[in-house]
Design a protein around this ligand. Sequence first.
Ligand code: UT7
Length: 329
Amino acid sequence: MSKITAAITAVGGYVPETKLTNFDLEKMVDTNDEWIRSRTGIVERRILREPGKATSDLAVPAIQEILRKKNLQATDIDCIICATVTPDMVFPATANIIGDKIGATNAFGFDLSAACSGFLFALTTGTSFIESGRYKKVIVVGADKMSAIVDYTDRNTCVIFGDGAGAVLLEANEDGYGVQDSILKSDGSGVKFLRMKAGGSLHPASVETVLAKEHFAYQEGQTVFKFAVKGMADVSAELLEKNNLTGDDISWLVPHQANLRIIDATANRMGLSKEKVMINIHKYGNTTAATIPLCLWDWESQLKKGENIVLAAFGGGFTWGATLVKWAY
Ligand code: UT7
């Protein structure tokens, strides 16, 4: 019997309609369009404004798009893995809430917290479920409502993040298509450079934590930038070497969209020309766990069966990694 691989067989995405442009931000904090464009590559980002809407409401339409495309019922799904740092609540898992909203009554689900690398960590987990033969249809969704944890008086972070969700369906493949290899890394010593200080068991929510603005994302941008440039480029190069590939063998790089300069450094290190790099940071900003599947969503119609694609990310934790996919359709 041939080896079972986990193929991505459909992609769905969702971004809210409301746009927050660099010019809007100029009116909110001491920043300007030129600084944001030249330092990050971002022009606008999408924000989920409606009261009562949460991360699950971003994920649901992304998954429903997949069900429509594949002519599936929600009851056909075996498992939902939701990568997010902005769950609807601390518990229960947002994946459960998503499952309930779409009617996936036969699926179990759980959340996975690996910040901007969350989608890659979840994809690797879902891949193992498929490869084992235990589950047939696994949804991996990266979804973040970053606007819920961004301080819109802090110019260091509010210009960067946006809201969105992207999802893929994983199914078994016996012709060798799908996820080929993955290298994932974590380094907890990076915790102090990118985190939400309060709201967990260390510093539960209190009047003091709210007044100290400790329920917002905090980032030491320059430090994270240095680690990200090295981490994402190194792991992508390591993945190529491990699989005896060069940049010429790769059709697309799908990088986490945190900063255009980090993306350029990774592409250069892999020997890839700009045309092979998916970039949509100008439209959506950094949507944390959603950036990579949102790129696949934007580029889905251009992808061809058999193409080698490298997905690469770096994020809070620190977490980082790269995944090699042979496109299946
Ligand atoms: O996605 C998860 C992982 N995260 C990342 O990969 C993000 C990595 N970091 C970055 O992308 C960049 O560090 C930032 C985009 C966050 C910041 O860019 P930078 O080039 O590292 O800027 P900086 O923090 O070194 O600040 C340079 C200057 C400072 O002013 P002085 O001290 O030189 O006078 C800042 O105060 O730019 C100032 N500055 C701003 N000016 C206008 C910082 N933010 C802004 C702003 N508008 N929004």
